[in-house]
Write a protein that binds this ligand. Structure first.
Ligand code: FAD
Length: 419
């Protein structure tokens, strides 16, 4: 087991770090000004995208690209430390064409799109010319269980007709296309009822009802409620096979889920840096904050938790690369349950270390806490992942049921009867 990044990855880390320090972080104030002025998407992102693309720091997330597609052919394991660095600033991943939900959507299109779908949607996404969204969750059905989805996608002549209401659809405000999940075969068995179709966001009948605030905060990327009323798209817009929606959702959420965890780890590193530096600047009761036991313990625990989560993320990435997302499903669930909780805990400690300032907009901490809290839902709530882990564990244990009994310690014969 080699715990070192390869020379290739070290070189890329240095380049991404350098790009962040040179172009992205110094432009954060400009990005905020542009968003405040209602320029969304902000021009600064387009400018920096052109530079990142020219420097070859582009589509770092997608292994197995075709020769004619722009990007770097990295494995998930190689990509993980780069996603950490890009994840530290809310809008940075987009500069490298590595932001959610586009990365998951590009992966899905890469795997399942027809040649025509690739030309119309995947190529412009890979080039960073358009953005996309993924529409599964519904206000009227408990969407942690995808078999509950009620949006209807019915075949009428040579068109699919979509009717339904989705919400918390990240990026819908700026998307040119939505991958919409709904029911195409109501009489099939529960996991074969759903399909995905590609719906242009300017199709008649698509309405963005509202951009929903998260913890009372409207984010620049948008999380929208979207109504699809009698939306007609050509039959050729079906993604994959009819009835394969559930399987496609599982495929999409594999690498996409760990990308979120990689960015989470980067955000926790930033929170730990901020907390540790603040604790060395401020004094109470004659001591620096880090000299008080509880603050030192927060720092230490945060370091331990980040290292644990990083190892699990890297193991999961390595498994996706070597045995595939399906065989890595247990690890994907584990890190998806671990990383967002860790983020909430570490951000909470960092905010506490900062005092009232920790809750103000003068630090990124409150935003990063909010995002960590959101991640406890996005791509499946913690409980669903924990349930999947428990099921696997119980199935594994069932195969050797009774074997652990050898380790029980009943009283020895000569101890029996005493007392
Ligand atoms: C910021 C943000 C962005 C999002 N972006 C998107 C997006 O782009 N596209 C999209 O389709 N969705 C998106 N979502 C939605 C997210 O995927 C769903 O919220 C999530 O899947 C849960 O579905 P639900 O909200 O319907 O909760 P429900 O299914 O109603 O579940 C409610 C709660 O029940 C509990 N629960 C459920 N099942 C179990 C179980 N088996 N055991 C124990 N407890 C359980 C969990 O605590 C869960 O939180 C986003 C959410 C947020 C907050």
């Amino acid at each position: 087991m080699d715990f070192q990044y390869s020379p290739k990855v070290e070189a890329l880390r240095a380049r991404v770090r350098e790009f962040m320090d040179r172009y992205v972080i110094p432009n954060n104030a400009r990005w905020r000004r542009e968003i405040a002025a209602g320029l969304n998407p902000p021009p600064v992102v387009e400018e920096l995208k052109a530079i990142a693309k020219a420097e070859g720091l582009w589509n770092l997330f997608l292994p197995g690209l075709r020769d004619d597609e722009p990007g770097t052919r990295l494995t998930n394991l190689e990509y993980a430390p780069l996603a950490e660095i890009m994840g530290q600033l809310q809008w940075a991943s987009e500069v490298f064409n590595c932001s959610a939900p586009d990365t998951g959507n590009m992966e899905l299109l890469h795997l399942f799109a027809t040649p025509e779908q690739r030309t119309r949607w995947l190529d412009p996404l890979l080039n960073g010319e358009i953005r996309s969204c993924f529409a599964m969750t519904e206000p009227d059905s408990s969407s942690s269980d995808a078999t509950n989805i009620s949006t209807r996608i019915a075949l009428e002549g040579d068109a699919w007709v979509v009717n339904g209401r989705k919400w918390f659809i990240t990026g819908a405000l700026h998307a040119k296309v939505a991958i919409v999940m709904g029911i195409t075969s109501p009489d099939a068995e529960p996991h074969r009822r759903q399909s995905m179709v590609l719906v242009p966001m300017d199709a008649p009948g698509v309405t963005i009802v509202r951009d929903i605030s998260v913890m009372n905060h409207i984010s620049a990327e948008s999380h929208c409620e979207v109504l699809f009323r009698d939306v007609r798209v050509p039959k050729a817009n079906l993604l994959g096979e009819e009835g394969s929606g559930f399987a496609l959702a599982q495929a999409r959420l594999g690498p996409g889920r760990i990308h979120h965890c990689m960015r989470s780890i980067g955000q926790c590193e930033l929170a730990l840096d901020l907390m540790t530096q603040r604790a060395q600047e401020r004094k109470t009761f004659g001591k620096y904050l880090h000299e008080h036991g509880p603050v030192a313990e927060w720092i230490a625990l945060s370091r331990c938790e980040i290292e644990q989560a990083r190892l699990l993320t890297l193991k999961t990435a390595w498994m996706i690369d070597t045995v595939g997302a399906k065989a890595a499903a247990g690890e994907i669930s584990m890190i998806k349950a671990v990383a967002p909780r860790m983020q909430v805990t570490i951000l909470d400690r960092a905010m506490q270390t900062f005092g009232a300032m920790g809750l103000s907009p003068d630090t990124p901490l409150a935003d990063l806490w909010t995002w960590g809290r959101s991640l406890r839902f996005a791509d499946g709530p913690d409980e669903v992942h924990l349930r999947a882990i428990a099921r696997r564990e119980i199935a594994r244990s069932r195969k050797t049921l009774g074997s652990a009994a050898a380790f029980l310690t009943p009283p020895l014969d000569d101890e029996a009867g005493h007392g």
